[in-house]
Design a binder for this molecule. Sequence first.
Ligand code: ADP
Ligand code: MG
Length: 252
Amino acid sequence: MSEHTQEVVSVESLAKTYESDRRTVRALSDVNFGVDDGEFVCIVGPSGCGKTTLFRIIAGLEDATAGAVKLDGKPVSGPGTDRGMVFQEYGLFPWRTVAENVAFGLEEQGVEEPQRSARVDEMLQLVGLDGFADAYPKELSGGMKQRVGIARALAVDPELLLMDEPFGAVDAQTRDMLHGELLDIWSETDKTVLFVTHDVEEAVTLADRVVVMAADPGRVREIVTVDIERPRERTDSEFANYVERIRGLIGE
Ligand code: ADP
Ligand code: MG
């Protein structure tokens, strides 16, 4: 057995350069970190430090210039149902009901009835939307839409839940509620979560470890282990110390 059997995601010497006629952008340079099985890791950093680029390469939506991302030791070479994705823009199908949105990945996988509906019901219950199976996305609030996004991502039981600023478009109060719900879902399902945000407080609220990035070139500045019991309170001095330390690393 290798020493990495516990690691669900390994990012190894990853680099990404965007080149055009006019300019070269080093979006990622020599990025290295791992995410352990069942771990909740946040990636935090200023705008433009390469968070979305990193997310897209791990998701298999974009190729790296150098280095590799491995999932359970196997190099990622494209998208797959082993990674469930949640984006800020929801990405729901407007012509499908809530239940039909959640069923999408299961259809792709060829899961038949009645297993498919049973799984959809289970997911809607998990995110607290069991009464909204027949509603359409336009009838939902931002927070509810994002719960549908989470249910859809988890329906196919992915190895990794990948989220890019998923709560960036909802109001602060809803965001706090979604944080609690996401942590409940995480402990209930034992999922491994990789969560991208520019919000330091959000990262300290959620993460076991925070990968702090810097820009120009996009790189890992430091990896901070957040050793505070959950639920965490923003008003705790310990919490504030972590926020201050990470902000200092970012240069905020
Ligand atoms: P973040 O999500 O942290 O804000 P991004 O990964 O979106 O950062 O972008 C990192 C850098 O790469 C930025 O300088 C951005 O302008 C550049 N970039 C991102 N995508 C492209 C692209 N498709 N073509 C050229 N440059 C890009
Ligand atoms: Mg981004």
